[in-house]
Design a binder for this molecule. Sequence first.
Ligand SMILES: *Cc1c(COP(=O)(O)O)cnc(C)c1O
Length: 374
Amino acid sequence: MTKTKIWLSSPHMGNLEQVYVKEAFDTNWVAPLGPNVNQFEIALEEYLEEDSKVAALSSGTGALHLALEILGVGYGDEVLCQSFTFSASANPITYLGATPVFIDSEKDTWNIDPVLLEEAIIERMALGKKPKAIVAVHLYGMPYKAREITTISQKYNIPIVEDSAEALGSTFNGRKCGTLGTLGVLSFNGNKIITTSGGGALVCQDQNIKNKAIHLATQARDKAPHYEHSKIGYNYRLSNVLAGIGRGQMAVLEDRVKARRFNYNFYENSLELSSSFEFLNEPQGSYSNRWLSCMLTPSYEAREKIRRSLEEEDIETRPLWKPMHLQPIFKDNPFYTNGVSEDLFKRGLCLPSGSNLSEDDLHRIVNLILKVKL
Ligand SMILES: *Cc1c(COP(=O)(O)O)cnc(C)c1O
């Protein structure tokens, strides 16, 4: 019997996605606007609560770009950015001609370290460069230290772009991730907890900001019968066909969170006993969607042994994110480090985490890992 490939994080459709996609075709709303876009936004707004307003966009990267622009980031500015993240958290800073200044992580959540963050703010201010924004990330679905980071944001009056691309379905003290920052960002890329194949959203609590985001996302067209522009705009609105997938996915979001948390608990319970592996527990008040199940191995060599032996069995895993301050493209950027993310990158592995994994798949993966001689 040939075993099928196990992916790291594959899309998982429910029953309604094709109904809404068909509706788009039947009504000929095959365009970057229409009823599915509006209804998807409403579904997200109701889910997120806190009076959220949501603009559906073509990607999370586009949402980050618009969030930074709306907060006034521009040429020559500095933006503080979590170093331990996917490059899409940092790239949009450079689209605006601004410079990312990277901040390392703390050990409790693997996210931006409040101590280093405040040190960096004080030092940048002393250099006469007050940072324009803070990009904080809920990596792998684990909420960042929202209480500390928000306090710092308020103390120095620097807004937070909350990169919640990996954290739809996570909460902090009962509040949904995506609503914790000044502006929030979601992603519906194919590997995320729910997907529109490609898509994203900007989350705010102010209808005017939502309007501004949609204006910028639709080529910044002014009100006039002809095409009139007083600003540079973008083509960032979500397709009505893809928003149909999103509407269907919203109906199964809570199931997807449960399934991903089940995966994580299965790995932790099966592997922690071997005492070779470490897992990241949820701090008090944090609830993670466990987008990807991650573990720390004893060493880089051990990590690679496990990764390669799973690869031989057609099981996809991935090292944790390589920190931005170690990326060739950002080698000249300022950074504030403490060694945490570099160690996570060396020893960490993301295990298959799809909500469509079977218990047989999970048993197979765990048995293979336990067989590797470290
Ligand atoms: C996926 C992701 C993004 C970008 O989202 P896209 O929709 O793929 O553009 C941004 N930040 C993080 C942390 C991500 O994981």
